[in-house]
Design a protein around this ligand. Structure first.
Ligand SMILES: N[C@@H](CCC(=O)N[C@@H](CS)C(=O)NCC(=O)O)C(=O)O
Length: 209
């Protein structure tokens, strides 16, 4: 049994989507980061960086922060959504790192400057807006001729998809990235992705792309 500490954000949704895909028992605990729940001393014991998502594996007592590490741990524990061959696994790691170090942080900054504080910092809007468009171009090229980021459906897709679901906040029109759009809709059609998106609570319809 997995305890998932999460909120309605892309990093949180990555893990709930994987747990839904795995079909394993888990309990979601809402950490309302708008209200400051992430700063509570008891949460700090589980997530030393004061951020969601975090998990506790009741089977082993292990607690883990950082969504990329959590995805990798769960995929290994349950033996799914990671290729079995070393070359395939490292390609998943490569794209997971790309999401954790690139798409996530850059899109996150774009949300702040383009969505929440427009008109206040021209340089930042230009920098993060342009970089996010470049990253969508990278993903579009990677998806050319294949249905999933490393060929087969993996945690790399589950890591990137929730960030792409916020394309409107990033002022990205998915029609400009047809391979990304087709991939986005391919994942959106999955029941587990839809269920995982609405954890820990329903926040409105999922953008159709
Ligand atoms: N690199 C971390 C980033 C986690 C993160 O930034 N979480 C955000 C929500 S998406 C958060 O908890 N923010 C609360 C805060 O910054 O106080 C991961 O991928 O898990």
């Amino acid at each position: 049994m997995i305890d998932l500490y999460t909120w309605t954000t892309p990093n949180g949704r990555k893990v709930s989507i994987l747990l839904e895909e795995l079909g394993v028992p888990y309990e979601a605990h809402a950490i309302d980061i708008g209200k400051g729940d992430q700063m509570a001393p008891e949460f700090l014991k589980i997530s030393p960086n004061n951020k969601i998502p975090a998990i506790v594996d009741r089977d082993t007592g292990l607690s883990l922060m950082e969504s990329g590490a959590i995805l990798w741990y769960l995929a290994e524990k349950y033996g799914k959504f990671l290729p079995s061959d070393p070359a395939g696994r490292i390609k998943v790691m490569e794209w997971l790192m790309w999401q954790m170090g690139g798409l996530g942080p850059m899109a996150g900054q774009a949300h702040h400057f383009l969505q929440f504080n427009p008109g206040k910092a021209e340089y930042a809007e230009e920098r993060y807006g342009t970089e996010v468009q470049r990253l969508y171009g990278v993903l579009d090229r990677q998806l050319a001729g294949q249905d999933y980021i490393v060929g087969e459906y993996s945690i790399a897709d589950m890591a990137c998809w929730p960030w792409v679901s916020r394309h409107e906040w990033q002022r990205v029109d998915l029609k400009d990235y047809p391979n990304v759009r087709a991939w986005y809709q391919r994942l959106l059609a999955r029941e587990a992705v839809q269920k995982g998106y609405h954890v820990p609570k329903h926040m409105g319809e999922i953008p159709p792309g």
